[in-house]
Unconditional design. Structure first.
Length: 269
């Protein structure tokens, strides 16, 4: 392990601002906290003060972090990247694509900075593919508040294997062969997301054909036989065919076509 990863330093606000500036990022308003219940909670409070869309909250530690389907997110202080972005979508646009856009932006950033083979598992989990095995290292939680949407992202950055919650999880520390700071990863992600979001917001067609293509090309789920655990306890199996215009996963089952808007996906081997 390099000295870089031995030192669990807090986020450097000046370095983050520099990394955002050199990328000419469209979103540069960062609210940086040391410890919070969750960055989504802080973002929700900022919405009440009419904060500008594109503002994002970053924290070194969460005491009550949460993931999809009421899961908790726990990690040692300064070991993860926690960020929540405040979005204000056009009301007529299909909101189902927001989590997919978030995942695609994060995938683009991680791929650029690490040169590793990274894939998306629908809807928005990031998976490292190595030796035909999948390792999750990032997750996304979307929460809607009035006309706003908060995109909360957690990235395993500097955890050892023993600190990770499940055996098929990993962290960037275990992925990277060179030193890449939290500030670089975060600035790259925010820049990618801002570009995708602003292009989509102004596009005539939604979702844009390029967005569907780029997401589909990076989605490991498509073309696979899967088992989907749907909220409420139901389980279905089938072949993942495509992503619908609403952002749903389209399955071919023995009973016909089924569209999922939320589920835990497991590949059948």
């Amino acid at each position: 392990m390099t000295e870089f990863f031995k030192n669990r330093a807090p986020l450097d606000a000046q370095r983050l601002a520099h990394e955002l500036h050199i990328r000419q990022c469209l979103w540069q308003e960062a609210v940086i906290k040391d410890e919070v219940t969750s960055t989504n909670d802080v973002a929700q409070e900022l919405i009440k003060d009419n904060i500008s869309a594109g503002t994002f909250v970053v924290a070194n530690f969460q005491t009550n972090g949460r993931g999809r389907q009421l899961r908790t997110w726990e990690a040692p202080k300064n070991s993860s990247i926690f960020v929540s972005i405040i979005l204000k979508p056009n009301q007529e646009r299909k909101l189902g694509w927001i989590p997919l856009m978030t995942g695609l932006a994060l995938l683009n950033a991680i791929s650029i900075e690490t040169r590793k083979q990274v894939k998306l598992k629908w809807p928005n989990d990031l998976i490292l593919v190595e030796n035909k095995k999948n390792f999750k290292f990032a997750g996304i939680l979307l929460e809607k508040h009035d006309e706003y949407v908060i995109a909360g992202v957690g990235i395993n950055y500097n955890q050892s294997s023993s600190e990770l919650p499940i055996s098929d999880a990993t962290s960037l520390k275990n992925i990277l062969s060179q030193e890449i700071s939290k500030e670089v990863i975060l600035a790259s992600f925010i820049s990618e997301f801002a570009t995708i979001w602003e292009e989509g917001k102004n596009a005539k067609d939604w979702p844009a054909p390029s967005l569907i293509r780029n997401y589909s090309d990076s989605c490991q789920t498509l073309g696979q036989q899967i088992t989907a655990h749907i909220p409420g306890g139901k389980t279905v199996s089938g072949k993942a065919l495509e992503i619908s215009p609403e952002g749903e996963l389209v399955l071919v089952t023995d009973k016909g076509i089924l569209k999922l808007n939320s589920a835990d996906i497991h590949l059948e081997h």
